[in-house]
Ligand binder design. Structure first.
Ligand SMILES: Nc1ncnc2c1ncn2[C@@H]1O[C@H](COP(=O)(O)OP(=O)(O)OP(=O)(O)O)[C@@H](O)[C@H]1O
Ligand SMILES: [Mg+2]
Length: 266
């Protein structure tokens, strides 16, 4: 089992969209995938059309000593019962909700808690090939724990001038974690909202490529086909299948499929 954390401290850079469609791409490659939402906004559930609770909060609560005493019986069995099948082969979901933020209030800050998500995910979800963690656009205990848990980190960055700075900040957080003994690595920077008709987007893509070299992955274009996914409650592959004559949906599906292949190559 490998943990991939999708993160960027900046909001609205395409993290949740990336987590879902990367998960779908890997599930199509017959990898057993669990998507976990550690963002209190709970967007994974809304984007896919599932109830947000129970979910990540219950996983965290089971591992926070002061709360775990509330659980009786086999906590592993209880935790695994929170996982939803998504109706898609090889793809399961542990959603998030506003409750996730309350879990943070019960945690002490410090080295012991830093490892909490890594311990919880590796103890409970070892049967999956890949566990993909979606995170909130903030600094804080839960994001740090989700990064610490990661074998690989993927940073979606909006192709705009301010995007480059967001990437730099998240990379700085990873460097700080490395100094504390983080075992994972940065897999890639994913340029999102790309539009080759706009000078600003082209220049910021070039800037990302210069700054990150081979770590800058092939970009995902901005397109209505992707924007509509949450209201359709579909993955891009389902949308491309349904709208066979929509070249933008086909291109977007191809882009996420390319991302999946890059992640599998490692
Ligand atoms: N390539 C794209 N083209 C068009 N719309 C997109 C694209 N990627 C994401 N979106 C839309 O932009 C919005 C923000 O995307 P998303 O929710 O994935 O970002 P996020 O980084 O997870 O945001 P947050 O920081 O709030 O968690 C969503 O409405 C999403 O549907
Ligand atoms: Mg999100």
């Amino acid at each position: 089992m490998k943990i991939i954390t999708v993160a960027n401290q900046k909001g609205g850079t395409g993290k949740t969209t990336t987590a879902i469609n990367l998960a779908a791409a890997l599930a199509r490659a017959e990898k057993n995938i669990l998507l976990v939402d550690f963002d209190p906004q709970g967007n994974l559930a809304t984007f896919l059309g599932f109830s947000p609770t129970p979910g990540a909060y219950n996983l965290l609560a089971a591992y926070i000593t002061s709360l775990a005493t509330l659980m009786r019986g086999d906590r592993g069995e209880q935790i695994r019962a929170f996982i939803r099948p998504t109706g898609r082969e090889y793809l399961a979901l542990l959603p998030g909700s506003a409750e996730t933020a309350t879990a943070q209030a019960f945690m002490l800050s410090g080295e012991r808690d830093l490892n909490l998500i890594r311990q919880a995910v590796s103890e409970q979800f070892g049967r999956y090939d890949l566990v993909i963690l979606d995170t909130a656009p903030s600094l804080g205990g839960i994001l740090e724990m989700a990064l610490w848990a990661a074998d690989e980190v993927l940073i979606p960055v909006a192709s705009e001038t301010a995007g480059v700075e967001g990437a730099r900040q998240t990379v700085a957080t990873l460097k700080a974690l490395s100094a504390r003994g983080w075992h994972g690595h940065l897999t890639g920077i994913l340029p999102t909202f790309f539009d080759d008709r706009t000078v600003e987007r082209r220049e910021s893509l070039q800037q990302l490529q210069q700054m990150f070299g081979a770590l800058a992955l092939a970009p995902i274009h901005e397109t209505t086909a992707i924007r509509e996914l949450p209201s359709n409650q579909m993955t891009i592959f389902e949308k491309a299948e349904e709208e066979k004559n929509n070249p933008y949906a086909r291109r977007a599906a191809q882009e996420f499929s390319t991302l999946g292949k890059a992640i599998l190559r490692g």
